[in-house]
Design a protein around this ligand. Sequence first.
Ligand SMILES: [Zn+2]
Length: 71
Amino acid sequence: MASTSHKTTHCPICDRASDAHYRPFCSKRCADVDLARWLSGSYAIPDDEDEDGGDTSVTPESEPPVPARRS
Ligand SMILES: [Zn+2]
C-alpha cells in the first residue's frame, strides 16, 4: 500500500480541492450546501409507520355515551 503522508481532501460537494478554512469543503458555499442537505434531510424524515400487525390486546374502556337528558 502506497500511503501518501499528505492526504488531499476533496470537497464532497463538487469534488474540488478542499480549502483549509472550510474543510472538508472547498468553500463556504459548498459547506452551506452540505449543511442545507443535512438539515433538509433530517427534517424531512418520512413517517415510518411500521404496521407489523402486532398483537394489540388493548381494550379501550370507553364509557357509552350518555344521552343528554332534557327536562
Ligand atoms: Zn466544493
